[in-house]
Design a protein around this ligand. Sequence first.
Ligand SMILES: Cc1cc2nc3c(=O)[nH]c(=O)nc-3n(C[C@H](O)[C@H](O)[C@H](O)COP(=O)(O)O)c2cc1C
Ligand code: SF4
Length: 524
Amino acid sequence: MSWARRAVPAAVAAVAALAARDLLQRDHALRRNFPVLGRARYLIESIGPELRQYIVAGNDEERPFTRDQRRWVYASAKQENNYFGFGTDNDIEHTAGYPIIKHRTFGRAVPPSAPTAGHDVTLPCAKVLGAARGRAHAFRPESVVNISGMSFGSLSGNAVEALNRGAALAGCLHNTGEGGLSPYHRNGGELVFQLGTAYFGCRDERGRFSLERLKDLVAAEPVRALEIKLSQGAKPSLGGLLPAAKVSAEIAATRGIPAGRDCVSPSRHAEFSDCDSLLDWVELLAAETGLPVGIKSAVGDLGFWEELTTLMRDTGRGVDFVTVDGGEGGTGAAPLIFSDSVSLPFQQGFSRVYRTFAERDLHEQVVFVGAGKLGLPDNAVVAFALGADMVNVGREAMLAIGCIQAQKCHTDTCPTGVATQNAWLARGLDPARKSVRAANYIRTLRRDLVKVAEACGVEHPGLIGTDSVEILDGRTSSIPLDRAFGYRPEWGMPSAADRAEIVRLMTAEAPQGGSAPPSPTAVG
Ligand SMILES: Cc1cc2nc3c(=O)[nH]c(=O)nc-3n(C[C@H](O)[C@H](O)[C@H](O)COP(=O)(O)O)c2cc1C
Ligand code: SF4
């Protein structure tokens, strides 16, 4: 037999063996869905830096998440080495708007020395959600990092399950998104139930909101809070359409709609039509369920926020939390003009909303939640300094469970099984394994936040003040965060009582102190 005649069957057998191995393993959704071919990604990734250095893009050029940012999320999720060598490759000196965090030499908090210290630290919210308004089920969220609303429908069932199990492992909250509460949300993670314009999961046969159904739902599930979705940064003012082909029996049952028919989400709520009726509805939901109730919104015209806060101050009604979504936020699908240009980016939008509350002295009574690429520690720190009490992570959590930023979420062909209803593709994503990655990523982000807080001399990221951050102008100077966003110096912090309590909680748990014993001649 010639050499070629022997080599061909051997090569075919080797490829078949590789394919079988890829199909049977559960660690990599891409290889499971695309046996053998999927390996090309890892090969190209491994020689990518060398190729890109000469040919394609730099480490910080890709969007929405740069390669460095994705590498940090992937490594954190796998508990691999997430350090970077040689120093920053960001153009700090020449980038206008670059935030710099100012560490303190002799700060109040003393960071522990071990590099892994803090990985398992619980990092509770500095405010008690719903306490200011006396809600029956007010509670202190255990984690300042929580999973953002992304519906079953836009995400696969396996992805939702991975996130929900991850939330349970990491001790954080999982927002259902507006697509209702599916069986995949029932895997141990505590929930924030989101009410969108279609009231999926709590609507009657005619599509009207049903208070009874909502009460039954929250009584049966570990729902800790309700979020009324007014808008989303990537597509404010738009409704949505899930085409008939995607409305499977499972999605239909979760949403409370007929299977196999187009599923339309209106662009406006039917239960309220202005700030006054919105506040009435908030109070109704809170009274009937006992849960804290908040709103999620992108920020455009400020008139809404001014009217809302004036009514809160003057009438005593009010929301327990406000989730501000930045215009840079993600979506399963949206028209380009909306994603690119409608609504303010997070820092601008959030600071305007916070100022509106603070000017009416309401900022200490409301829990502020931020979203919009805040699953990256540097962005999150600026959000906390501006007054955020918690951050929600959406796409970063998707990255942690295998998303490779292919940006095909709107086509139902997601290669990693994260954002698809295609059963074959979704099958590649193993919820049990990916849940550990989601939890690892959240824990790592929390650890980094604690470490940066300690570097700034405080015990908790919510205590990082605007005086700890400056914005570079890209040339020769910088301005402090409070001046950049028109804050009074005392803004951006919880109340004195909340500050004292969170310091007590953090110092009771976190190990303190990182130095060797002083020498006999030490002076202080
Ligand atoms: C696939 C996908 C689905 C989403 N679905 C919802 C949703 O149902 N409700 C909602 O309020 N926001 C939704 N969002 C927005 C996210 O909750 C979040 O606010 C936004 O992506 C910003 O966070 P990020 O930058 O960490 O992704 C979705 C985002 C993505 C990527
Ligand atoms: S389509 Fe691409 S960007 Fe969207 S979830 Fe899948 S891998 Fe991620």
